[in-house]
Design a protein around this ligand. Structure first.
Ligand code: GCU
Length: 429
């Protein structure tokens, strides 16, 4: 299988430590010290995922589904990612490529523009979909949200070019290839799994001050200059865009909408976790190096913290404004990452990390997965089944899955072997 994907952000906000294991991580970021000493990381108590806000225990699946889950989703909306509007009434789909042989005959390609409003000059997103050419019935699909436009991600001259945000924060025509990382999808197509892509920059820009140029601006009420403190940041907007893609996929006959998995790296790893939690139509999530604000525990002081994440010069715009309240006091936040992982239950979730990606704290992601296990068990599913962190290259393929490669930030080609295996196990192509 020849996967070659390592997607990197296309804009000015290049992440600091995307380096291989050997590079020395920064000791101060945005004026805040960064801890990499295990001896100084602990000493926290996680909020109890199976205790209701009123103090009563969650005893069974019914309590979880009817009470605790909605309570936690609301807290995530209000305190971390921000509330989003629902499906726009005037949304429409333009299927401008109804099925063209692509990828050397291995796939059938479709392309769709989702117009988020009645205004065709208004905000919109392009979706490209590849279904295995030999498929005779609806296929499971991996929906990827990417840092680059579809024409840059997939090696296919038939893709509509689209536009991208450049480093000067201007929208310019996309580049084919683009040098930002390409995805070789042959291995997935061979296994009978379709692949679709969207570009996060179609939905909302990824830089401080980007608000006026994305979809969130269209929902500001008259006189409102920015979203309220509990309303969407950019991550919630990108997750909303994934839900709009799902709205289309529910109408797409070549795809089984009940078997759509999500994949994203880094800030888009955070995005796919939140999208999967918020929109239970998604069957499975693969979150790569999602780190702080994703699957890594915030109470654990290791690598990036809420303070680094929400510093105005950095990534505050990606979250609800309320998130910054917890910068100095993560222990006061009513939620932590084990709850985000748990909210995927009973659906499978695969956390892919790298042992050298200390900034995103692979151990913090492992410990969140361990602490999410009681919810999976309650729902009759299998958590990691261990509290001993596996070594790099020893993946766990349970309903909560975990895989750490030897190396730094992102998805490396070899990761596609366990990811594909996991998709096969749970999506049954
Ligand atoms: C920065 C940021 C991380 C984020 C990463 C990325 O490093 O601090 O939280 O995950 O960028 O999106 O690449």
């Amino acid at each position: 299988m020849a996967f070659t994907l390592l997607v990197l952000p296309a804009v000015a906000q290049a992440p600091p430590p995307t380096a291989p294991a050997a590079a020395k991580p920064p000791s101060v970021v945005a004026g805040f010290p960064v801890n990499y000493d295990e001896a100084l990381a602990g000493g926290y108590t996680l909020p109890d995922v199976l205790k209701l806000a009123n103090g009563k225990p969650v005893k069974n699946a019914k309590d979880w589904n009817a009470k605790r889950r909605p309570e936690l989703v609301k807290l995530y909306e209000e305190q971390q990612f921000g509330r989003t509007p629902g499906r726009p009434a005037a949304m429409s789909f333009d299927v401008f490529d109804k099925g063209t042989p692509a990828m050397e005959g291995k796939a059938l390609r479709k392309q769709v523009t989702v117009y988020f409003s009645a205004d065709r000059n208004g905000p919109k997103e392009d979706i490209v979909i590849y279904v295995p050419a030999k498929a005779t019935k609806p296929v499971p699909l991996l929906l990827c949200i990417n840092f680059s436009p579809n024409a840059s991600i997939f090696n296919d001259p038939g893709i509509k070019l689209g536009e991208m945000w450049n480093r000067d924060k201007k929208k310019v025509p996309a580049q084919r290839g683009g040098g930002l990382g390409r995805m070789n999808i042959d291995g997935l197509l061979e296994k009978g799994i379709g692949v679709a892509g969207i570009y996060y920059g179609d939905i909302d820009p990824d830089f401080p001050g980007g608000l006026p140029f994305g979809v969130r601006a269209h929902y500001l009420k008259p006189g409102q200059a920015e979203p309220a403190a509990d309303e969407w940041g950019a991550i919630s907007a990108w997750a909303w865009g994934l839900s709009r893609a799902m709205d289309y996929l529910e109408t797409e006959q070549s795809v089984d909408a009940k078997r759509v998995a999500l994949y994203g790296v880094s800030r888009l790893g955070k995005t796919v976790l939140w999208a999967g939690v918020h929109d239970t139509r998604f069957a499975l999530v693969v979150a790569s190096c999602s780190g702080e604000g994703g699957a890594a525990l915030s109470r654990r002081n290791f690598g990036e913290t809420i303070a680094h994440m929400t510093a105005p010069s950095r990534f505050g715009y990606q979250f609800a404004a309320n998130r910054a309240k917890y910068a100095e006091h993560p222990e006061q936040c009513p939620v932590d990452a084990h709850m985000l992982v748990a909210l995927m239950a009973p659906r499978p979730v695969f956390l892919q990390t790298g042992d050298g990606d200390l900034w995103s704290d692979p151990k913090g992601e492992f410990l969140a997965a361990v602490a999410a296990e009681p919810v999976y068990k309650l729902l009759g599913k299998q958590g990691l089944g261990t509290d001993q962190m596996p070594k790099a290259g020893e993946p766990i393929f349970h309903d909560i899955g975990y895989h750490m490669h030897a190396g730094g930030h992102g998805t490396i080609p070899g990761d596609w072997v366990p990811i594909t295996k996991y998709l096969e196990m749970y999506l049954h192509p």
